[in-house]
Design a protein around this ligand. Structure first.
Ligand code: CP
Length: 303
């Protein structure tokens, strides 16, 4: 793997994470910096995206770089049967950095092994979404003033939701306590619970949100990932299992913030949007600064 690729959040040490957060805060002060002049970034989205693709493209544009790529695999030669290996090798010839979203777990890792340029994983199936995690960490730090010793509540589809998998691993550096709220069918996969067990990080599993919500510092809501269900009837059974309403926030901590990687479907009622504890739209904006910082690190740029 190219050593500057970001495929899994575990590719970053605690020091790397803190460094990227610091760089992101510099970009937040001034996002318009001509650091990518003469550079081309390939944006390969084999799966739909609004925030990740557009915030990467905004980040690159504000840094003076150029973007090539596609937002719909049906407009690429994948439809003619070209393999991921060949597509990656071709694009590698044309650019300085590849940003890739793909429905297959491990696709970004594979691409990073084939390409000479760094590869940034913009989401691979139900596996990892490390750039989302960096903006989540930035949002947590900005709202809490620290990443240490927080009660992190993860709610919804913890089985297929790749953002919670990456976030759990990243937060493990910062002495968290986790609460997982999900129906049995969508519980946090065993591999991630074993990961926490090995680090002696406490976690608690619940099926009801109302009973526990008042202890949260961060309430991380997630969408039930319809596209990952093999059986549509199974999705129908769980799709509306948790709906956060404004009335449920009355007894929550003053510092508590509601995060969501978005898009939301029904899991946060619109009456929550005006509550000062709702942070998900600002969270998405933080994606521009953190992705600028990730690109800065991947290309070993200098101020
Ligand atoms: N959070 C996130 O990945 O959103 P998009 O699917 O719109 O990129």
């Amino acid at each position: 793997m190219n050593k500057r690729s970001l495929v899994s959040i575990t590719d970053y040490s605690k020091e790397d994470i803190l460094e990227v957060l610091k760089i992101a805060s510099e970009f937040e002060k001034n996002p318009n910096r001509n650091l990518l002049e003469g550079k081309v970034v390939a944006s390969l989205f084999f799966e739909p995206s609004t925030r990740t693709r557009l915030s990467f493209e905004t980040a690159i544009s504000r840094m003076g770089g150029r973007i090539v790529g596609f937002s719909d695999a049906s407009s690429s030669s994948t439809t003619k049967g070209e393999s991921l290996k060949d597509t990656t090798k071709m694009v590698d010839n044309y650019c300085d950095l590849i940003v890739m979203r793909h429905p297959l777990e491990g696709a970004a890792r594979f691409a990073s092994e084939v390409a000479d340029v760094p590869v940034i994983n913009a989401g691979d199936g139900a596996n990892q979404h490390p750039t989302q995690t960096m903006l989540d960490l930035y949002s947590i730090y900005k709202t809490q003033g620290t990443l240490e010793n927080l009660n992190i509540f993860m709610v919804g589809d913890l089985k297929y939701g790749r953002t919670v998998h990456s976030l759990l691993q990243a937060m493990s550096h910062f002495n968290p306590t986790f609460h997982f709220i999900s129906p049995k069918e969508l519980e946090m996969p065993k591999a991630y619970k074993l990961f926490l067990d090995e680090l002696h990080i406490p976690y608690y599993e619940h099926t009801e949100l109302d009973d526990v919500i008042n202890d949260a510092d961060i309430l991380y809501m997630t969408r039930v990932q319809r596209e990952r269900f093999a059986d549509p009837l199974e999705y129908e059974k769980v799709k509306n299992v948790y709906i956060l309403k404004n009335s449920m926030l009355a007894g929550t901590k003053d510092n508590m913030k509601i995060l969501h990687p978005l898009p939301r479907v029904n899991e946060i009622s619109e009456d929550v949007d005006d509550n000062k504890k709702a942070y998900y739209f600002q969270q998405a904006l933080n994606g521009v600064y953190t992705r600028q910082a990730i690109i800065f690190k991947a290309l070993d740029l200098k101020w």
